[in-house]
Design a protein around this ligand. Structure first.
Ligand SMILES: Cc1cc2nc3c(=O)[nH]c(=O)nc-3n(C[C@H](O)[C@H](O)[C@H](O)COP(=O)(O)O)c2cc1C
Length: 327
């Protein structure tokens, strides 16, 4: 295996998305293989106690690595082999990983929390559903979208009412460029679409959280943002029945393929994970879709952006553009 060639691609692989942009992945180079796992310091035990989003993020990372390696003519395959904190390994393959995607798409894809002019068109919807169906899942548009606003406010209120979740979120917020990790990881004011006064207001509110929690701050924070008013449709990635931990990593790969499919069709995704994190809203969403709540893996607002989203930070630096990568 050409380890040096793969190492040179790491900065491109690191463009994979992850919840709170913690970039939890970890690679260990061993003779004849590269193990893929996670660093517990970058897990989200409060917001993601079951590890669902951790495994989705690791799957998205695996798929990203395979696409980037294939585009660089490195024949690599992934073998799932779950043994905490490892999920599997890359090993040399007889031929390139078959994928319609290229490194430029990995590089250009971004989470988009801003305005959308409309939802994805029917071809894009059919394409992402087909991607999920190949793995035994599906992608569904939420019907009765008018009921989602109340569900989202309730999910946000419950998230903000939990001091451990809020403390963890604060750890990953980068609300001023003066933050030492502003260019390394986490959620920046720019990526969250916050103006300077809004970012300062959120910082102040979260700093006062211990005193104001019982005085209605969670409700106030939940009401402060209404992403659904910024347009698009809300899509749900539905898992097959009984998906285990290895399957969740597989569905992280499916999720990334769905996002790249949307990106190629001119659409972007804005996840709303709180809707499946909170038991009550997850159940309500299951009822709207007529699907068992434990099969709802991921929820995201999708649409055609009115302008480009800012690029999120990453811990490794290196090639600034795919064209600078070894081919
Ligand atoms: C499994 C998963 C869950 C996510 N959940 C949310 C979410 O609930 N809200 C949100 O705004 N972004 C969410 N994101 C998007 C990440 O914050 C985003 O991927 C990260 O900040 C890196 O930015 P990028 O996608 O633009 O590269 C999620 C991403 C993943 C992979």
């Amino acid at each position: 295996m050409d380890v040096a060639a793969f190492r040179a691609l790491e900065p491109l692989c690191w463009r994979a998305p992850s919840a709170h942009n913690t970039q939890p992945w970890r690679l260990r180079y061993e003779p004849g293989q590269i193990r893929v796992g996670w660093n517990p310091a970058y897990a989200l035990p409060a917001a993601d106690p079951t590890g669902r989003d951790l495994r989705l993020s690791l799957g998205a990372f695996v798929e990203t690595c395979l696409i980037v390696a294939a585009d660089a003519d490195l024949p690599l395959e992934y073998v799932a082999d779950h043994d905490d904190p490892w999920v599997g390994r890359f090993r040399p393959a007889p031929s390139r990983y078959p994928t319609p995607f290229r490194t430029t798409e990995v590089w250009d894809r971004r989470t988009h929390r801003g305005g959308f002019v409309g939802g994805p068109d029917s071809d894009a919807l059919a394409a992402v559903d087909a991607v999920a169906r190949q793995a035994g899942g599906s992608v569904r548009t939420v019907p009765h979208a008018d009921r989602l606003g109340a569900l989202l406010r309730e999910a946000d209120r419950q998230v903000y009412a939990d001091p451990t979740v809020v403390a963890e979120l604060r750890r990953w917020l980068r609300l001023t460029p003066a933050h030492p990790d502003y260019r390394a990881d986490g959620l920046t004011d720019r990526c969250l679409g916050l103006s300077r006064p809004a970012a300062n207001g959120l910082r102040a509110a979260l700093a006062a959280y211990p005193a104001l929690r019982r005085l209605g701050l969670p409700r106030l924070l939940a009401a402060a943002d209404d992403p659904l008013a910024r347009g698009g449709d809300v899509l749900v990635l539905v898992a097959p029945v009984g998906l285990d931990r290895t399957g969740q990593v597989e569905f992280g790969r499916v999720l990334l393929r769905c996002w790249l499919t949307l990106h190629a069709a001119g659409s972007a995704a804005h996840p709303l994970s709180q809707l499946v994190d909170v038991a009550a809203t997850r159940t309500a969403l299951g009822t709207l879709l007529d699907v068992a709540p434990d099969r709802l893996l991921h929820v995201t607002r999708v649409g055609r952006p009115t302008r480009p989203a800012p690029r999120s930070a990453r811990r490794v630096t290196g090639s600034e553009h795919p064209s600078a990568a070894p081919m």
